[in-house]
Design a binder for this molecule. Structure first.
Ligand code: AMP
Ligand code: MG
Length: 416
């Protein structure tokens, strides 16, 4: 008889209720991409800072050139030439022009730019054959951004454009939510380090690497704390050390086997356990607890289970700690290409590929769904979600699919 089993939704809710954003830190804007703003950013200056030319051409007085046409060009005396980065020494007066490059400040007296394509040089003069209109091709001071204007709101996930925007108003440092450090521990007597020679009965610890990569992808900082053997005391000692991090993440040893001591060892070091079974497959055993404000995830040992549980529970928690509001992976609806059988009573996540055919998404299983087969996840772009009450998802029906690798999907299938 299985007791204390909770649903996926309950597990997500319970976990998210217990984690909150970390305090802010100040970082250089170059280290702020993808981070969440923890302040409102106002412009410290105008953008552009001064009126400047949007074209290579001539700065003129509209009055002087209003009548210009190819039949009747207007000839003006060229006083000087200004490149971007320099300021004209003279003012444009009646009958004169100043040659100007894109980005150079508009000289005093000028109110219009004539693009170079509409002109013809004539010694120290220029013939104007056409004008786009009064006041054209001038970018005015503060046209994009006015000093004091709110340009980025607290809570925004910073993009490269935001980083440039801050640079343009002279803001080099910014307040963002701190990234959690996540102590990653793999448990199991059978585990070898990646560079160890093969030994009978032993397998390489891959979970530490999968999880570390996933933590990094989520934007947090993984700390690899190695392998710990299935001994309650060794586990407790390792967990105690790991609790220096903001989050603890273990894999393996949370099931009902004779050597599954992770839950007990977590209790030994004072972690308050919340639950440890979720009605799902893969990833049925999954322990969650808390030490003060620090979340502790006891992920299952099977490589796919551990990653699916990470995506469902740990990833949203890490994102919330980093101040994100959008915590979940995107979900699309796709047409199933074949029947999928599932265990009733559990929510099942079937690894699948997703292909698009004229804007319609189609999902098909990546093959064996054994929770030990990491390749099924490596090949996958999505997880088909089979609800508890279902036992058969029928070919041709629409199913929800959680996208686990949307980059890959868009590049390979939409290809525009
Ligand atoms: P456990 O949850 O400890 O019973 O482990 C379940 C299965 O996952 C076993 O076959 C383990 O060998 C495997 N496993 C546990 N930890 C890891 C790991 N770090 N890397 C790869 N496989 C693992
Ligand atoms: Mg184990």
């Amino acid at each position: 008889m299985i007791r204390n089993v909770i649903s996926v939704e309950q597990a997500v809710e319970l976990i998210l209720k217990q984690v909150s954003p970390l305090p802010a830190e100040t970082v250089h804007i170059l280290n702020a991409t993808g981070r969440v703003l923890c302040e409102d950013v106002r412009a410290g200056r105008n953008v552009p800072p001064f009126a400047n030319s949007a074209m290579d051409g001539f700065a003129v007085r509209w009055q002087d050139v209003a009548q210009a046409g190819s039949e009747r060009p207007v000839t003006l005396k060229v006083l000087e030439e200004i490149a971007a980065g320099y300021v004209a020494r003279q003012a444009v007066r009646q009958g004169t022009a100043i040659k100007i490059m894109t980005g150079a400040p508009i000289p005093r007296g000028a109110d219009t730019i004539v693009r170079v394509e509409y002109t013809e040089p004539a010694g120290d003069q220029v013939r104007i054959q056409k004008v786009d209109g009064a006041g054209t091709h001038i970018r005015h001071a503060g046209e994009d951004i006015q000093k004091g204007q709110l340009i980025l709101e607290k809570g925004k996930v910073l993009t490269p454009a935001d980083i440039g925007l801050m640079a343009s108003v002279g803001k080099s440092r910014v307040r963002v939510y701190r990234k959690p450090t996540v102590g990653v521990i793999s448990t199991g007597d059978e585990l070898l380090e990646i560079d160890d020679s093969p030994e009978p009965g032993k397998i390489v610890n891959s979970n530490s690497y999968t999880l570390s990569a996933a933590i990094e992808e989520a934007g947090a900082t993984p700390m690899l704390l190695g392998i710990v053997r299935d001994k309650r005391r060794s586990l407790a000692a390792a967990f105690k050390k790991a609790l220096r991090c903001d989050v603890v993440m273990t894999s393996g040893g949370v099931s009902v086997g004779d050597y599954d001591f992770v839950k007990e060892a977590l209790r030994d070091v004072g972690v308050r356990m919340g639950f440890w079974r979720v009605a799902q497959r893969p990833g049925h055993p999954m322990a969650f607890g808390r030490m003060g404000r620090k979340p502790v995830f006891g992920l299952p040992g099977n490589p796919v289970s551990s990653m699916v549980s990470f995506l469902l529970y740990a990833r949203p928690a890490l994102l919330k700690m980093m101040g994100h509001k959008n915590l979940f992976l995107p979900v699309i609806r796709a047409t199933l290409e074949h029947d999928v059988r599932k265990a009733p009573g559990l929510k099942e996540f079937t690894r699948c590929t997703v292909r698009y055919d004229r804007d319609q998404a189609f999902a098909s299983s990546t093959g064996t769904q054994s929770s030990g087969v990491l390749r099924s996840l490596s090949l996958a772009q999505g997880l088909i979600v089979g609800r508890e009450e279902e036992s058969l998802l029928q070919a041709g029906t629409q199913v929800p699919v959680i996208l686990v690798n949307p980059q890959d999907l868009l590049q390979r299938e939409l290809g525009f």
